[in-house]
Design a protein around this ligand. Structure first.
Ligand code: ZN
Length: 192
């Protein structure tokens, strides 16, 4: 069950990424990204939407406060009273994935450095994921698990897994490597 969902979500990410129409006359990266996604033509709804039905607009996530409008979930600092008044409360895909601990990105942190620096590594991961979640609430860390000789981190996006490992390497050195598995999960390994 969990595995099927993982594969479906991986496919959804691919369809979402592909035919992005360039938008030239708008300001701000976030807006461009959202317009691209809004204009992306998919024959089917992404499985996440199909499974739960597309949320009404506007909707608000009752866990993280993200707002769904113009087909995009977004964290907003201020939400107009009138908008929140009309909003239906629901759970955003990111929160749903996080609660099911379904990951599209898997990070393995390994090596002797982990022994004495786990707290600093965890802080770095928290900072990077907080920044990512601010602009893209559906990108987040779903779980961090300490294993005997490694730290395993699951993320709801491949991009976030890549970003975390890149930032770990930037901050502490070490070696990074990436591998995609058949189900679309990115395995990012950081060794130090
Ligand atoms: Zn949420």
């Amino acid at each position: 069950m969990a595995r099927t969902l993982l594969i479906q979500t991986a496919k959804a990410m691919k369809t979402r990424r592909t035919p992005a129409r360039p938008v030239s006359d708008v300001k701000g990266k976030g807006l461009i990204r959202s317009l691209n996604r809004a204009s992306t033509k998919t024959k089917k709804n992404p499985p996440v939407e199909a499974a739960a039905g597309r949320p009404k607009e506007p909707s608000a996530c009752e866990r993280c406060g993200a707002i769904f409008s113009r087909r995009v979930w977004r964290q907003r600092r201020e939400v107009p009273h009138a908008l929140l008044d009309r909003a239906s409360w629901t759970t955003c895909p990111g929160c749903r994935q996080a609660s099911q601990a379904v990951g599209l990105g898997r990070i393995i942190v390994r090596g002797p450095y982990l022994g004495g620096h786990e707290a600093a590594i965890r802080r770095r991961i928290a900072n990077v994921s907080a920044r990512a979640a601010y602009t893209q609430p559906e990108r987040r860390v779903s779980s961090i698990e300490r294993q005997e000789d490694a730290l395993e981190i699951l993320t709801t996006s491949q991009k976030l897994a890549h970003r975390i490992v890149r930032e770990l390497k930037k901050a502490f050195g070490g070696r990074a490597s990436y591998a995609w598995s058949d189900d679309g999960t990115l395995l990012a390994t950081w060794l130090r």
